[in-house]
Design a protein around this ligand. Structure first.
Ligand code: DC
Length: 264
């Protein structure tokens, strides 16, 4: 059974009252659970690996990228992103308190779904339109400040596997295990292209590659919390690794980190 939050809520504007569901109280969580931070480039397979590790360790998986995507979708829906890509930052920042993001566990699909103001937006937030703008939205300082605080709160009791771009450097700098994932851009484009095709998205490989390259550039060069490897992060280049190989590699690292924590 996946050990993930069955249901919790995040209200961006009201942090103190933001995580409202009692399911966050995890009665069986023990203090020797570590936090695992997984950062890396777009379409590296971070979430697939993070989910598998969380499932195996009975930890909670948190997809921080889904939160930035949900804010981006909200901005698109409210016209805060113009056709040419200009963002009305003031309007978006003023509206942050109106954005309610929830992660809910779907016991049928055994997946966590992302809800925005009560509506499941799991499919919408993975669209190319959202992908095209999410890096720009995630570069807005106020958006990051809100989401980072919420993410830190979610992990404060340990037992979390969180993936993103700044998890090891900013969100959880004290995570007991940090991983930095990378892969050749062509390999990433092929994998993402196949995923989109499987979801019946009509797109060319060139567009997928361009989007990935563009996001890499924006994510690594933005002023606020750019993507970079934490100095103590383990590097995982999965260009030529299967999912099983990546999983085995990381489980070894995780078990070492858990043993260390148990010894302390
Ligand atoms: O992991 P993803 O591709 O779903 O993330 C979407 C975007 O969100 C990514 O281009 C950068 C941003 N992001 C971020 O800035 N910080 C995070 N912790 C996670 C994602």
């Amino acid at each position: 059974m996946l050990a993930i939050l069955p249901h919790f809520e995040i209200k961006l504007g009201d942090f103190r009252g933001s995580i409202v569901n009692s399911s966050l109280q995890f009665p069986n969580r023990v203090t020797n659970k570590i936090n695992i931070a997984i950062d890396g480039y777009s379409s590296c397979g971070k979430s697939t690996l993070a989910k598998a590790i969380a499932k195996n360790l009975n930890y909670i998986y948190i997809d921080s990228g889904a939160m930035y995507r949900a804010v981006t979708y909200y901005a698109l829906e409210h016209g805060y992103i113009q056709n040419k890509g200009e963002i009305d930052e003031n309007m978006l920042v003023e509206s942050l308190h109106l954005i309610l993001i929830q992660f809910k566990y779907n016991s049928d699909s055994q997946e966590i779904e992302t809800f925005l103001n009560g509506t499941c937006v799991d499919k919408e937030i993975r669209s190319m339109q959202v992908s095209a703008h999410v890096s720009a939205i995630s570069a807005i300082k106020e958006v990051r400040e809100k989401l980072v605080r919420i993410q830190q709160r979610m992990a404060e009791n340990g037992g979390v596997v969180m993936d993103g771009r700044d998890i090891g450097t900013v969100v959880l700098p004290n995570a007991e295990l940090k991983v930095f994932m990378t892969a050749d851009v062509e390999v990433r484009a092929q994998r993402r292209f196949l995923q989109l095709k499987n979801n019946a998205v009509d797109i060319s490989i060139d567009d997928v590659r361009d989007n990935i390259a563009q996001r890499d550039l924006l994510d690594t060069t933005r002023a606020a919390d750019p993507l970079r490897r934490a100095s103590d992060a383990v590097i995982l280049d999965n260009s030529n690794l299967t999912e099983e190989e990546q999983f085995s590699f990381l489980m070894v690292q995780a078990k070492k980190a858990i043993d260390m924590k148990t010894l302390v």
